[in-house]
Design a protein around this ligand. Structure first.
Ligand code: LLH
Ligand code: MG
Length: 384
């Protein structure tokens, strides 16, 4: 089996989400947008698919890195192909990102799963056939009836509990919200939600990612007193020492790193530095499913949990194959967004949630995405 063709199909679709000036996602009016599908095909007729932004799959990246490393190779040699791609990152002038590598590597997994008629989480060595989800809110906003006040968070938390979620994570207010960030408002929102859901319900906080040490400590003490279960990314994660300083002073578990670069190496540094109590890993953050498994196993060796950042097919596959994780992050959620609405380029969502708050592991071969190829063909703008 040899890789014969690598194609990016850019297509038109619609979205009801917009980004603010600081990059956070919020609800917005329905608008046209572009999405890209990477297809890798072998000489014996097998194909794998994965999705990314057109920018993360632009011709420069496909021609100079992905094709250079993948063409003519056996797609089952995922470790070799990933390591060779990772080596190219150093000299790529920051062009070849972990996100692009993740899409390329997930396409190899999808191809292998489809060729062997097996879901990826089973190929990795299955551990569970379902996982409980936590509802993860969007960042706070200034929309009437949205997530503008502590009461809004409390009302929405009640809705989430009724919907079946077994845990909730708040993303609170960050710039460009006019008065944000505010430790006092974050604590008010956390307190309002605690009151709404009761004392036993698991709650987590992912606050403004750029607080100072003193603000992060004050907020940590506040949510510790409210019985929150974990505290996520209150400061810039590139300062491991700041997290070690914070973790030493708080009893509430610190989770991280989510966003810091460096893949499994960074996770090892955080564990060794005692900068976190729970390790955070997402396929898009560390360059794919394979490196996420390295992180999970590294974490397991230290008897630590590894909680997965973000949803989607790749993250679900990793959760299905590791023992030291508890939750699937379902989101980002907002009162104005219907998370269960099927995106036009799919026939169904990969992470439907049952009334007990569980996500069943996909049964389709490969990553388990049920792709609407007809829709993509009809709305194709370009291929390269
Ligand atoms: O800044 C944001 O919009 C969120 O923090 C986002 O990155 C979210 O994916 C996250 O951190 N989840 O845990
Ligand atoms: Mg986070």
């Amino acid at each position: 089996m040899k890789i014969e063709q690598i194609t990016v199909t850019t297509f038109n679709t619609t979205s009801k989400k917009v980004n603010d000036t600081d990059g956070h996602t919020h609800p917005g009016p329905e608008h046209d947008t572009e999405e890209a599908m990477l297809t890798i095909t072998t000489d014996d007729g097998h194909s794998g698919y994965s999705f990314g932004s057109p920018e993360s799959l632009r011709p420069h990246l496909i021609e100079n890195y992905i094709k250079k490393v993948f063409m003519g190779e056996d797609p089952l040699d995922r470790e070799k192909l990933w390591i060779n791609l990772a080596k190219w990152q150093r000299g790529s002038g920051a062009n070849l990102t972990d996100r692009t590598m993740a899409v390329a590597e997930m396409t190899l997994w999808d191809l292998a799963g489809r060729a062997q008629n097996t879901p990826v989480w089973k190929m990795l060595g299955g551990y569970r056939d379902k996982v409980p989800a936590y509802g993860s809110t969007m960042c706070g906003d200034e929309m009437e009836g949205g997530l503008a006040t502590p009461e809004d968070y409390a009302n929405y938390a009640e809705w989430m509990v009724n919907r079946g979620y077994k845990a909730i994570k708040l993303h609170t207010w960050m710039p460009p919200v006019s008065w944000a960030p505010s430790v006092k408002m974050d604590i008010k929102a956390c307190a309002a939600v605690r009151e709404a859901v009761g004392h036993e319900f698991p709650l987590m906080l992912d606050a403004n990612h750029w607080y100072s040490r003193m603000d992060a400590l004050e907020l940590g003490k506040g949510i510790q007193a409210l019985g929150y279960y974990w505290y996520e990314e209150p400061m810039d994660e590139h300062s491991t020492e700041s997290y070690r300083w914070l973790a030493e002073q708080l009893e509430i578990p610190i989770i991280g790193p989510e966003y810091a670069y460096g893949k499994h190496h960074t996770r090892a540094e955080w564990i060794a530095s005692k900068a976190c109590d729970i390790v955070r890993v997402g396929v898009a953050d560390v360059g794919g499913i394979g490196p996420s498994m390295k992180c999970a196993h590294l974490t397991e060796s230290f008897n630590m949990d590894c909680e997965i950042h973000g949803g989607g097919a790749g993250n679900l596959a990793v959760i299905g194959a590791i023992s030291n994780t508890t939750w699937y992050e379902r989101g980002l959620l907002h009162p104005f967004i219907d998370y269960d609405e099927v995106p036009s380029h799919l026939n169904s969502i990969v992470d439907p949630m049952d009334e007990d708050g569980n996500i069943p592991m996909p049964t389709l071969p490969g990553l388990g995405e049920d792709i609407n190829f007809e829709y993509i063909a009809e709305r194709t703008i370009s291929t390269h």
